[in-house]
Design a protein around this ligand. Structure first.
Ligand SMILES: *Cc1c(COP(=O)(O)O)cnc(C)c1O
Length: 338
């Protein structure tokens, strides 16, 4: 077992990460966009930037593209004829999975819960455009059984289904956000801003946060992180992310204890409001300010809620000109047109 490293990063694990098999899908590096006008509008003296992972590009982009690169590694696709996953009727994860299936010449089934939404709009339209078969179930709890049934059917027909868990939030998928963190590390270093940087990121199934935690350990660069829930309880998200990060580190032959892993990391569920995708006064204001002063489109499910937390954070503390606060924009653009 390796010694636990906290300050200097873990070079062996960094190298291991570079060698984990993956299928390239994302157009990277994504830009780190300066948001000076937004800083002026909010009357804060610090530097604000947006890490634009809405622009990972593939299948209209967002954070799921990076996670699926690892989930859909070539060795995992051997003999696979159909990708199977689940989500809500406007799931970004389902959209990118369907796009990956189209790109790889595979079939795809999406198990969607709840009332089917207008199939001509937003992600619902894109699910169909990318050719996915859609199975609707009434409740979230029926999704897993739905996916198993589809896999069974595929096997009976002589094929093989690959079931991708919700949000591709597995240890393997979270490695996509360790890679994103390395990218951001280089960009922040080039901007000369490593010491006083903080990160705000939307969060739900925990894979993105897990990857960021892994990245902090690998690099030894440990900016504070505020993760903002779109739906689930903060404690639940932090537990899941920590568990996934520890598992992901073990894939890389590394480890860190939980206390160090989540030092200066906070998850808040104070901005969820009426629920998943239900706008609040604060999220509407965030969407307005990001649009008007940063030319950034925030979606109602994830990024607008995180945007509200970002603005609240900026208004709530005394900042100086050396501080740098980065908003991780995880995508979700099609939901604007839901
Ligand atoms: C899925 C998603 C998230 C949440 O990421 P997790 O890894 O599930 O925590 C955030 N933003 C957008 C736009 C998403 O589609």
């Amino acid at each position: 077992m390796k010694p636990i490293q906290t300050e200097v990063g873990d070079l062996a694990a960094l190298e291991a990460l570079a060698n984990v098999p993956r299928t390239p899908l994302a157009f990277v590096p994504t830009p780190l966009l300066a948001a000076e006008a937004l800083a002026s509008a909010l009357e804060v003296p610090c530097t604000l930037s947006v890490k634009l992972d809405a622009w990972t590009g593939f299948g209209l982009g967002g954070n799921k593209v990076r996670k699926l690169e690892f989930e859909l590694a070539p060795e995992r696709l051997e003999g696979v004829t159909r990708l199977i996953t689940a989500g809500g009727p406007h799931s970004n994860h389902c959209r990118v999975t369907a796009a990956a299936a189209a790109h790889l010449g595979l079939s795809c089934t999406l198990v969607l819960n709840g009332t089917p939404s207008d199939p001509s709009r937003g992600n619902a339209a894109l699910h169909r455009l990318y050719g996915a078969d859609i199975l609707t179930v009434t409740e979230r709890i029926h999704r897993a059984a739905g996916m198993e049934a589809v896999a069974e059917e595929e096997a009976q027909a002589g094929g093989r289904g690959l079931v991708i868990p919700l949000g591709a939030s597995t240890a393997l998928g979270s490695l996509g956000y360790a890679v994103a963190f390395l990218e951001l590390w280089k960009q922040a270093e080039a901007a000369g801003d490593l010491a006083s940087t903080q990160l705000v990121a939307p969060s739900s199934s925990g894979g993105t946060l897990a990857g960021l935690l892994v990245g902090r350990h690998l690099t030894g660069w440990r900016p504070p992180i505020l993760a903002v829930s779109a739906d689930d309880a903060a404690e639940e998200i932090l537990d899941t992310a920590t568990r996934l990060a520890i598992e992901a580190l073990s894939i890389l032959g590394s480890r860190q204890d939980t206390t160090d892993l989540i030092k200066d990391v906070r998850v808040t569920d104070e901005f969820v409001g009426g629920g998943y995708g239900v706008p609040t006064e604060e999220s509407d204001e965030a969407a307005r300010l990001f649009g008007r002063f940063a030319a950034c489109v925030l979606d109602p499910y994830y990024t607008a809620k995180a945007g509200a937390a970002f603005i609240d954070l900026l208004r709530g503390a005394p900042w100086t000109s050396t501080d740098h606060v980065i908003f991780l924009h995880t995508g979700g653009h099609p939901a604007i047109f839901r």
